[in-house]
Unconditional design. Sequence first.
Length: 401
Amino acid sequence: MVGAGAVAARHVRTLLAMDGVELAAVADPALERAKELAAEAGASAYPNHMELLAAERLDAVYICVPPFAHGVPELAVIDAGLPMFVEKPVAIDRETAAEIAARLAGGGPLVTCTGYHWRWLDIFDRAAELLADRPARLVQCSWLDKVPPPSWWLRRDGSGGQTIEQTTHVLDTARGLAGEVTEVHAFGARAAETEAPAAETGAPAGSNGARAASNPPPPRPVGPRTGRVADGGAEGARVSTAPPGSTAPGVATASVPGGPTIRLPGAPATPEASLAAADIHDVTAASLRFASGALGTVASTCLLSRLQRAGVQVVADGLSLELSETELVVEVNGRRSVWQAGGDARRRPDRDFVAAVRGGPDRIRVPWPEAYRTHLLACAITRSAEEGRPLPVPEPGDGDG
């Protein structure tokens, strides 16, 4: 197991419940955390994947690391010729994923699996069956949520952004139900866009496009709350990237060098945590064009205090499907039906991966190359939102221009 966070721990417990499966070792730069997880299974602990691979005789490797840490572990596992299970997202950017894809393609066949567990939902199967003779015409994807606890999540160089790290689940589900996306056009925005005073921009006071230094803007209210304090601070506090100098009653601030002030609503006056300034979009909207001719939309935000909605709605002739991780709502010719998901689908990819490693039937629904296509879609949306222009979704193997 490469990685010793919460997701890795969930996989470890699922694997230990299987007959004949042994956890050999755990690797994590936070060695004490690796030791704690390894102790649950009497396994060894290492500070990195290189030492683990050099010391252990293995049948397969799990890679459960943050987005920014993908790449080097996968390449090492591929070079070792070992089957690998990779948690989503498979990389932080297109370039890292392309390098992994090229290494996989250039070697012998390897069993791979990824953590896009929505494809293992029984209600996903039911939705796919209903669409078999009624092709999708409209696809609406949404992920309306809060910021997860890790401090790296708010930065592009940590998570890649919400579309790559979170919304990717519903993008993969949409691909599974409606086929490939060929073109995207996205827009993104974030709170805390600061406006330089006229004195800083060099524009004359009162000139068009800049505020006069003698007429400063009124105090800006606290911006939308964009995340939980990950490393200290008050329990339940949220962070926002409102510009420096703005004030609000009862709101503590922490100055971050090189970035805007981090505001901690309800936190003590001197917060213990200083989070790196957020630079990801906290709202994103995108239009999609599918190869089939279907059209789609994607809406993402991390401004909420809880997960409010995550799912895919598909409209076909006389048919509407609304699929979430727990429920499928179907309306056919005016008649509405609801199905609840059976069991915990997160365990099923582990089961099918282990069976394939043992030489059994290959029931893996999202091997790494299939997940790579979803990642290319997420990267295209992210880039389109940054550039504000439509972009084609690249095929695997296309150049990175």
